[in-house]
Design a protein around this ligand. Structure first.
Ligand SMILES: CSC[C@H]1O[C@H](OP(=O)(O)O)[C@H](O)[C@@H]1O
Ligand SMILES: Nc1ncnc2[nH]cnc12
Length: 287
């Protein structure tokens, strides 16, 4: 390997990337169905990037309609080496305030209506999610966010709900007690699938609201989320420029590049050829 190719999955409020030089929208077909939209290829400060608007341009897909497998397969198919995911998040703690950036390092998954794995009958694999994000990529992202002038929290637990409704007050208070710091609807199973696809993953949580646990604070509304994201747009753009400019020119291999070596349990002779064919991008080394 040696060369970075950064996948950027843009969440709410992030549907295009003006910063990309030599931009081109590319339609990508996957064996898992259609990704959320075409993928935008280009470069920032000489670093090749591939951008995918998670909800599609115009925000047409909700969190439960996203084809998470197709999205991760598509970026992998485009030769991406590492994925940065940007997400709007609600804060579950006092000191993570709207406008802050949380570089998430743990997850609690409360989603229930999504395809959560590329593997299954005919090819069984169990990857570790103990450390669900890439520390190297997260460090680069956190430093870039700091350089962009953001108030950055290095680490935090993201609680993923199914949505599309926001939480009840009782749920919000419960998630706080569980030790979650931020809440959103999309990073799971995205982070799980990225790990299965051997893609180092970092999550930039952009705090947009205080959810509904906080006394005296109006419960979160979409309008406030979008307004906060718009207010942060310049910081987001600066973050990406700092990130690309600060990457070392040589990409040292990551242990995440090979997690499937220790994860696939199905004997070679018992593997399902049809599923193996579908896994050509995700697990091509084994096909
Ligand atoms: C528009 S508010 C709720 C919406 O925003 C977040 O999306 P994303 O993670 O893609 O930025 C949240 O998860 C919901 O999907
Ligand atoms: N409070 C919240 N709950 C779930 N998803 C969100 N995305 C942004 N704010 C959110």
């Amino acid at each position: 390997m040696g060369t970075w190719k950064i996948g950027i999955i843009g969440g709410s409020g992030l549907y295009q990337l003006d910063r990309l030089e030599n931009q081109q929208w590319v339609d990508v077909a996957t064996p898992w169905g259609d990704p959320s939209d075409a993928l935008l290829t280009g470069s920032i400060a000489g670093v090749e990037c591939v951008f995918l608007p998670r909800h599609g341009r115009g925000h047409v897909l909700g969190p439960s309609q996203l084809n998470y497998r197709a999205n991760i397969d598509a970026v992998k198919r485009m030769g991406v080496t590492d994925v940065i995911s940007a997400s709007a998040v609600g804060s579950l703690c006092e000191d993570m305030t709207p406008g802050d950036i949380v570089v998430v390092d743990q997850f609690i998954d409360r989603t229930f209506a999504r395809n959560t794995s590329f593997f299954g009958e005919g090819l069984v694999a169990h990857v570790s999610m103990a450390d669900p994000v890439c520390p190297r990529l997260s460090l680069h992202v956190a430093e870039a966010a700091q350089a962009a002038g953001a108030n950055v929290h290095r680490g935090g637990t993201y609680l993923a709900i199914e949505g599309p409704q926001f939480s009840t007050r009782a749920e919000s208070l419960l998630y706080q007690q569980w030790g979650a710091h931020v809440i959103g609807m999309t990073a799971m199973p995205e982070a799980k699938l990225a790990r299965e696809a051997e893609l180092p993953y970092a999550l930039v949580g952009m705090v947009t609201d205080y959810d509904c646990w906080r006394q005296g604070e109006a419960p979160v509304e979409v309008e406030a989320v979008i307004a906060q994201l718009a207010a942060n747009a310049d910081k987001g753009r600066a973050l990406l420029s700092h990130f690309a400019a600060s990457l070392p020119s040589y990409r040292e291999p990551s242990p995440i590049d090979h997690v499937l070596d220790a994860a696939i349990v199905t004997e070679a002779a018992r593997r399902d050829p049809q599923l193996m064919a579908k896994l050509d991008a995700v697990a091509g080394r084994f096909c």
